[in-house]
Design a protein around this ligand. Sequence first.
Ligand SMILES: [Cu+2]
Length: 143
Amino acid sequence: MFASSALGVALAQDELRVEAQDNAFLPDTISVNAGDTVVFDNTGDLPHTAEASDGSWDSGNMDPGQTFSVTFEEPGTVDYICAYHEVVGMVGTIEVAGSAGSEEIVAASSEEGPIHLGPTVLAAIGVLLGIALVGAGLKPRSS
Ligand SMILES: [Cu+2]
């Protein structure tokens, strides 16, 4: 899991738990990173479900003690409900953030190239120009 490559870090997974209680999700709002897996755990005495409002995933019936897990690959906000108890407010939200690791990779690659060469080249040109000017300025007066 703790791969040494940059890509391995970017794809490292965390597992987060949401309890389906009677009758609310706890926590009802959770922030995860892209690639994280959320486990819904029915800790109540009643059956519950956890299903995305957009229909992208659905636990189906979860009896007490059953779990259901979903891995979120795409950044964005996902609303979900318990089909049995949506009417009494058993709803939740999962906020999926982009992976910080992949952002670092993009930033690093955008800094490669002529940005680091620029100051060095300018300094070299400046030194050469200075030598040339000093030489040109001194010669007429000293000769
Ligand atoms: Cu429920």
